[in-house]
Structure formats: C-alpha cells, structure tokens
Design a protein around this ligand. Structure first.
Ligand code: HEM
Length: 378
C-alpha cells in the first residue's frame, strides 16, 4: 500500500496545478512546440549530411526532452535554456549533458544497483563500501546540482521577478509547510519523471514503426486531418490510429511494468460477473505489436485502464496527459516528416535494461525526409 497522507496530497496538488494538470499543460504548450521542432530539425540535419547512415534516435530525443523538463519546472532562467550551471559544492561548471547524467541517468542506475547483502541478510554486518560510496556520491552530486538550480531561482525571486510556475509556488506559498529537502525532492522528481518514461515510449514506438513501413502508411490519417499543414496538438483528437500506436506501445513495452499478470485462483464473483477459476487476463497474440487492437471507431477512454500502464487509484500517474501529448505529437510529426527504416541488425535489438524498460541498445534508424516543402510550417 502506497503512502497517502497530507504531505502527499499537497505535493500532488502543487504538481498538478503548476505543471501537469490540463491548465498548466496549456501554458507549457510553447515549450513542447519548441521541443518537437528542434527534434525534427536535428533529424533533417542528419538526413542531409548522412542520408544513408543510421541515426541514434535516443541521443536526439533525450537531450530535447530533458531541456523541456527543465523549462517546465522553471529551473532555467526566464526565457533561456539551462545550458550550463556553476555548482559550488562540486567546484565546477556542468554542461546540460552532465546535469542530465547526474539528475537522471545516475539515479535511475542507482535505483536498480544491487547490494549483494540484500540476498544474505545475516551477512548485513559486512561492509560493502564500494556500493555505499557509489550511492552516497550519487546522492551528494544530485543534491549539489539541485541546490545550485534552486539558488538561481531564489535570487530571481528576491529581485522581485516572480512568475506563475512550480518552483515559485514551492519556494513561496508552500515554503511554510514543506522543508527545503522536500522542495528539492519535489523539483527533482518533476525533472526525472518528465525525462525518462516518455523517451522510453517514444523510442519503442519508433522502433515498431520503423520495423513495419505498412503501419507508417496507416498514419496517412495525419494527411487527411492536416492536409499539408504541420501536425499540431489540436489535431490529435482526430487521429485514432496514432492514439492506438501509443496504447499498443504501452501495452507491449510498458515503461513501468507495475501490473503483475493476473490469474484467477478460485471462482470469483466480480461486479455481478462470474469469473471461473483458472481465467487469465491475456491479450490475443500478445507478442505481436498490432495497434489495430486499439482502434474501435470510437473514442475509448477505457484503454488506459486496460493496459494499466499509468497505474490506477489515488496514486495514478500524474503525468499521463503530458506523456500522451508529447509521445503522440512526436510520433505524428516524425512520421509526417520522415520515412523510417531500421538500421542494419537493429531488428533483433529488443532487450531491455533499467528501472523503466529502456531499450538496451539505443534505436538506430535511417530517416528519409518526406517532401517538407509541401508542408506549410505554422
Ligand atoms: C508513458 C509515460 C509514463 C508512464 C507509463 C508512467 C507510469 C506511471 C506509473 C505506473 C506510476 C505509478 C502509479 C501507481 O502507483 O498506481 C506513475 C506515477 C507517477 N508518475 Fe508517471 N508515467 C509516465 C509519465 C510520467 C510523466 C511524463 C510524469 C511527469 C512529468 C509522470 C509523473 C508521475 C508522478 C508524479 C507519479 C506519482 C503519482 C503519485 O504517487 O500519486 N509520469 N507513473
């Protein structure tokens, strides 16, 4: 059972009001537009310079997603990107890439690092200095970077430049009820959560679409909805196949596979239905990536409950709206602007690694621009 106390409720309320709820997401639209334009431009640059060479999808996507998460948490100076920051406690200036490693990559790795003593509790007394030092260093570096980022924002607020955003909310109104450590962790969580799972979903979706050009053709619904205009978020509700690609990717490659397989051990009555012993909740041909299973001809909001990819109940994922918007607009724009094909030997690279189900080998794809000049850029 997860915690559900007053602190938790207040924290989730702050996060939804200032960052992840529908109104806040409308305010962050501009950051998402910049992000997806940058991503498309970077793929176009690659296609121009190396038309027949595979590109590392993750390298481009993750860097832009991290940039978005920093802007959205308002940890960048107003109107600017966080390109580098001086971290007094580390005595050095870090680039955005280095911050990404300290704030996202290292903690994700730390979370699945294994202390062999966990398997032999009676040997707990034996020191495992290597493991402990590694985790302590990870923790120290993460706190040092977050403190530097927060300090920068405190200075801005002290100079009278307050804005309506998450960090200002935490540092002003919520500061009376939350400790510095709690504020630091809430801000860090917003960054790591925005930077990871959406990447995992987008990368797997583009893997599956690159593997199967026919299914890219089914996304011609984008052309029907937009003509030669660039796909924009307003049009997403008119694209059922694109939504199906999103749900099917979450089903097959769930980034946070928290839901165990379900098996009915004894005959059960549930909601008036009789569930016989031995029933299993399985999908038809579960190994097959087949978005068609989610195309029902109507807007079916129950898909989210069927895959349970975002969990459920009081602790349901707070970022589902953002994840869906970013993933769908990214897949849609990338297929609208490019034909995708897997790089040599890439099809077999389906192993996963990590706390979330990252592709072990970053996706390598060959991108061929479709006719960009036919599309009017809004
Ligand atoms: C496809 C992308 C994502 C997936 C599959 C996903 C999945 C999940 C899952 C399974 C949980 C646990 C729910 C439970 O305990 O029942 C969760 C919690 C959470 N997620 Fe996500 N997530 C995604 C994207 C995001 C994004 C983009 C953000 C924020 C920027 C976010 C923020 C959160 C937060 C704050 C919680 C904790 C909610 C709570 O404890 O009340 N997630 N997510």
């Amino acid at each position: 059972m997860s915690d559900y106390n007053e602190f938790y409720k207040a924290a989730k309320r702050h996060l939804l009001t200032s960052t992840l709820g529908p109104n806040a997401q409308k305010r962050h639209r501009v950051h998402r537009d910049v992000m997806i334009n940058n991503i498309c431009d970077l793929f176009h640059d690659h296609a121009k310079l190396y038309p027949s060479e595979a590109v590392d999808f993750r390298k481009i996507f993750q860097s832009e997603l991290f940039r978005l998460s920093m802007k959205q948490a308002n940890l960048a100076a107003i109107g600017e990107d966080v390109e580098s920051i001086y971290v007094a406690e580390l005595g050095t200036t870090l680039s955005r890439q280095e911050m990404f490693k300290i704030l996202v990559v290292d903690p994700m790795e730390g979370a699945i690092d294994v202390d062999w003593r966990d398997f032999f509790p009676y040997l707990k007394w034996i020191p495992n200095q290597h493991f402990e030092k590694k985790i302590q260093q990870m923790h120290f570096r993460r706190e040092a970077v977050m403190k530097a980022l927060i300090q920068q924002q405190k200075k801005r607020i002290a100079s009278g430049e307050e804005i309506n955003c998450y960090v200002d909310h935490l540092l002003s109104e919520a500061a009376d009820t939350l400790s510095d450590q709690q504020i630091l962790m809430l801000l860090w969580e917003a960054i790591i959560e925005a930077s990871d799972t959406t990447l995992v979903t987008s990368e797997w979706a583009m893997y599956e679409l690159s593997k199967d050009p026919n299914r890219q053709n089914y996304l011609s619904e984008i052309q029907n909805a937009c003509g030669f205009d660039q796909l924009s978020e307003e049009k997403l509700c008119k694209l059922p196949y694109l939504a199906a690609v999103f749900h099917e990717t979450l089903r097959k490659h769930s980034p946070v596979p928290v839901v165990p397989l379900r098996y009915v051990h004894e005959e059960t009555q549930l909601g008036g239905y009789n569930i016989p012993e031995g029933s299993e909740n399985v999908w038809d041909s579960p190994e097959e990536w087949r978005p068609e299973r989610f195309v029902s001809g109507k807007d079916d909001t129950t898909w989210l409950h069927k895959t349970m990819a975002f969990g459920g109940g009081k602790r349901v994922c707070a970022g589902a709206l953002q994840a869906m918007t970013i993933t769908c607009i990214a897949i849609g724009r990338l297929v609208q602007e490019f034909e995708w094909r897997l790089g040599e030997g890439e099809e077999a690279n389906v192993d996963t690694l990590g706390l979330t189900t990252h592709k072990l080998h970053p996706l390598q794809t060959i991108v061929k621009p479709r006719l960009r000049e036919r599309m009017s850029v809004s």
